[in-house]
Design a protein around this ligand. Sequence first.
Ligand code: 3SK
Length: 521
Amino acid sequence: SVTQDGNAVSWLLDRHVAEGRGARAAFLDPHRSLTYAALAEASARFAGALSAAGIGRERRMLMLMLDTVDFPVAFLGAMRAGVVPVPVNTLLTPEQVAYMLADSRAEVLCVSAPCFAALRDVVAAAPDLRLVLVAGLDGAPQTGLPAGARDFAGFVAAGPAAPRPVPASPDEVAFWLYSSGSTGAPKGAKHVHGSLRATAETYASDVLGIRAGDLVYSAAKLFFAYGLGNALTFPMSVGATAVLLPDRPTPDAVIGVMRDRQPTIFCGVPTLYAAMLASPALGRGAGSERLRLCISAGEALPEHVGLRWEEVVGAAILDGIGSTEMLHIFLSNRPDLLRYGTSGVAVPGYELRIVDEHEREVAPGEIGELLVRGPSAAEGYWNQREKSRRTFLGEWTRTGDKYVREADGFYRYQGRADDMFKVSGIWVSPFEVEAALMTHPAVQEAAVVGREDADGLVKPMAFLVLKPGVAADTALLEAMKETVKARAGAWKYPRWVEVVEELPKTATGKIQRFRLRAALG
Ligand code: 3SK
């Protein structure tokens, strides 16, 4: 028989209302808040309005939405109706949005008002688009909207409520997330309803010990798999509350939110933690007296950042890694098993292997590629058969990350598989050299790539962002080289050091070393 009770909206949302928790706050943004009951109502109206507009099951809805309470209404409302939401990065260029609209064949676009202006031409040219909903107009006159575009709030309010989520199998595709690798066009990773619950019942429950009284603030945005779990799936899984900030998460803005909202769990990325540590505004609890736990992902957290944070702020950072393909974190430190400088151990429910280029398991202490097996793997990439076959190997998923498993079972990150390079025949992990550079008090961020010297031999080159007020001079740059020699090994020191204003990064804070390599020619 076909399993039909697996729509994630029933479990994440309607369950709380049915069990008497409807009055609890689900989401707080700077201007509005939504209880579980209000969210159930608004998402049901949105679902009804989509169906009334003729948007059928399995059709895609691209979401270019800032983190406000409209995001969960749209995301959960679409899934309630069986429409597939596809949240994308709000900082994409119009060309990138045009690609995703065409690739996904989206029939609906939900877009926050501040992101809309740049997209008028793209929207007009999108081949399959039938409905454009602009959120956050705040009652502004709608005369500026082009034909076919409608006010999101008005659309929701006028919707006939669809009280129950459409029956769905837990194995049915619920939403997509685009994954951008170091090369090629972004790929739509198709995620099923059951995966949302799986990440909540593994990482959020076992590692974070999330509970109803938690208030979660994720500086990582909801369009990113990491932020979606942190600020939507995990708090909703226990009837807790999430704080949303639509603005850019600058260190001072984040510290302001911590002070004003007093979260119990904070979710950041390594660059933000390092930048917050450089801010004079940072103090005990990072502003929140109730803070009990911080988490980090996106890139490996340098050891000294974790240690310093704990010293200054008084709360641990649990570093972990996940992927868009696995939906959330599958390898993590835990409150009771924490070693800074490592990614920790497998999250209960997930298995890990480190393999060589022939997919043979390597010995402890040897570098190889990390493979993961677990309940939240994507079903595959949309319309990308070859890439799907290379990444999803039956029950196992390639991560593209190089790791070493230490003798006592902790996993230590060595860099992206395609960022590693050899110097004099010996593998160099950019991450290890970067971690050594970051121990220098003048360095805020570092990225290392392999570069050919005049003899065509590859050597490390470092790009550095210095702390505010530090001037780059020859002595300082020489000191950087000595730091690496002393901490990482003589052959690994950067033969070239360039100071830059900022490093190229993905929306999730991962350094794009391939861009630095490309700029070298
Ligand atoms: O980059 C990560 O570590 C990550 C973590 C959780 C979810 C998604 C991603 C990419």
